[in-house]
Each structure stands twice: as structure tokens, then as C-alpha cells.
Design a protein around this ligand. Sequence first.
Ligand code: FAD
Length: 346
Amino acid sequence: MSDTYVVVGAGIVGLYTAYSLVYEAGVSPKDITIAAAHIPGDQSINYTSPWAGGNFSCISPGDKKSLSYDRYTYTHLSEIQKRLGGPSCGLDMRPATDYFHKYPPAKKMESLKEYVKDFRILEKSALPKGIVFGISYTTWNFNCPLFLQNLASFLEKLGVTIIKKKLEHLSQAFLSPNTKVVFNCTGIGAITLGGVKDTNVYPTRGQVVVIKAPHIQFNMCLWSNESATYIIPRPNSNGELVMGGFLQKGISTGDTFKHETEDIIKRATKMAPQILDRPLDVVRVAAGLRPSRHGGPRIELEEVEDGKLVIHNYGASGYGYQGGWGMAHDAVRLLIKAQRASQASL
Ligand SMILES: Cc1cc2nc3c(=O)[nH]c(=O)nc-3n(C[C@H](O)[C@H](O)[C@H](O)COP(=O)(O)OP(=O)(O)OC[C@H]3O[C@@H](n4cnc5c(N)ncnc54)[C@H](O)[C@@H]3O)c2cc1C
């Protein structure tokens, strides 16, 4: 075990980052330690990743960087799926339909069209009442808690060390004098972590209702100004379906509310009445906090004393699964660039 490279955070962004360090930067897994207050298997309102839906959808913004994070992740996920042993790892593809109450950014649609499987713009005549635009495609679906566990175990088997450790200050991530590079993948923790305390980060609360519905094997989303209604089947879960949701900016409670549960069920079953072909069987109701950030994710290199580096990689908001590997790729590229520059100056 060595802690030359320390990744702070064991959410999806931290795990993608450790994976990218190994497979994209060629770092030996034995030189990587992931240090996190919460690790796969834990449940906390301060640990977002287990609560995600999670799929690849139209939730992310249409700016150039977000489009590139999404594209990179979508087009590379089959590699992780293969390395983790196939779809039973909790990552698989399913059909998807997204409906819009107002037109999505044209640039986003042009980008998706280039790489998303089976992408199709729906005929106006095929759209439900009140919908102005719709697309269908084949998407990635994550069984988030299972996928996190499997990705973490995979990294551990390679030789990456995972330790539970809550930091008060980012400087504590330099676990020993050997530590040269720290990746800060603390998600919502970036608000409070000393040395970071990023005032641009804020929570966007969501509540989900998980039901048993093995007969629903497709994704559907309805995007409107004030809410998002979605259904997301969970691969390798014995037929669980995640129904949502809410995008409540600045709300940080982990409590769940009965009126929100009722509202989600009402909206989801109106959008996809097939759900009610079987009696509604609620397995769980949960809430999570998306790590949103004014200005988008922070992927930035800071040189600290003696040439040691901190690379920030947080702020994935509602798209850590669908864009997080693209973020990790960019964060790791910053490292590669810095290492090349320092070699060139020798
Ligand atoms: C209801 C809901 C539905 C969602 N659906 C989707 C979806 O369908 N698709 C999608 O792509 N995304 C979805 N998301 C968003 C996704 O869950 C997040 O983008 C993602 O989980 C963020 O991952 P992260 O690794 O940045 O943060 P986290 O998962 O919160 O991980 C942060 C890590 O940092 C650690 N940490 C923080 N502070 C400290 C500290 N001081 N010391 C040590 N460790 C620390 C934590 O313990 C944890 O290990 C959804 C989110 C919610 C809430």
C-alpha cells in the first residue's frame, strides 16, 4: 500500500477518478489510496451517490464542457461494464424516452445525435398533449448502490486502498510525506471542508420512490420548468423501478415527505400508466442532495507547497453517473499535463 495519490471521496466521482488514474494515467493501483468519510455500503445525506436514480438522461446542461463530460462517459461506459464482469455489475442499457414542455438546447440535441445509440426525434403527432419536443434513444442504467460497491471492490482487487477517514481540512489528505497528489472529490462536502469551503456549491434536493415493477424495463422523463418526472429501471435489482422527482435548489434536508411521495406517484403513473398494470409495491422512499455548483463542476489544479498538487473534481450536480467519468478524465488529464511540464523543465 502507498498513498502517493490520494483521492478524497468514494462517491461515483471519486471512484471514476481512481479508475481513470489507473487506466488513463497508468498509475499503479498500489500507489492510490481513496480516503472518504463514507464508502460504498454507507448511507448518509452527506453521501449522494447511493441515492441517485440513476441513468443517462437530458438532465445535464447544454454548455460545451457538460456535453463533453456526457459524451465521454456514455461512449466509454461499456469498458467499465466489461471490466466489472458484464451487466450484472449493475450497469446495463435500456430504452429511453424524454419529453419536454419547452425546447431543449439545440446544441445538446445535435451532440446527443452524434453518439447516443438509436437516437430519434419523435414526430410531433406522437407527442402527448402539452409536450413540444421528444426524443427516444438507448441509454445507460445504473443500479447505483450495487454499481458503487462493485466498482469499489474492483479497484480494491486491483490494489487500490480504501480507508474511512473524515477530513476537517484538505491538507489532511496529504496522508504521509509520500503523498504527492490529492484529488478532491468531496461532492457536497466541498461546502464545509476546510481549505475548500466553496461558496458556489449548493444542494439540489431530490426525493425518489422505489417500487417493485419488473414489468417496466424502459426509462421515461418529462422535463418541465418546475419539476422533472422520471422513471428509471434498476438493472440487476429484481425488478426495482426508481420514480422521481424533485430538483429543489438550496434545500438540504434528508427527510422524506408523504405529500412528495404522493405527488411523485401521481406524476409518474400519469406519464407511464403501464406502471399500474401491477399493484403498486413501494419498497423505499429516499431523499438525496445533488452537489450543484454555480458555474458548473470545478475541475482545477492547484499547486501547493513543494510541487505537491491538489486537483479539484466536484460539483457533478444531477449528473455524476452520466458525466462523472468525463469529469474524471479531464481531472486526470490535468495531472498528466502537469507531470509532463515538470519533466520537461528538468
Ligand atoms: C434523487 C437523485 C437522483 C439522481 N439521479 C441521477 C441520475 O439518474 N444520473 C446521474 O448521473 N446522477 C444522478 N444524481 C446525481 C448523482 O447522484 C451525483 O451527481 C453524484 O452522486 C455525485 O457524486 P460525488 O462523488 O461527487 O459525491 P458523493 O457521492 O456525495 O461523494 C462524496 C464523497 O466525499 C466524501 N467526503 C465529503 N466530505 C468529506 C470530508 N470532509 N472528509 C472525507 N470525505 C469526505 C464523502 O464521504 C463521499 O465519499 C442523482 C442525485 C439524486 C439526489
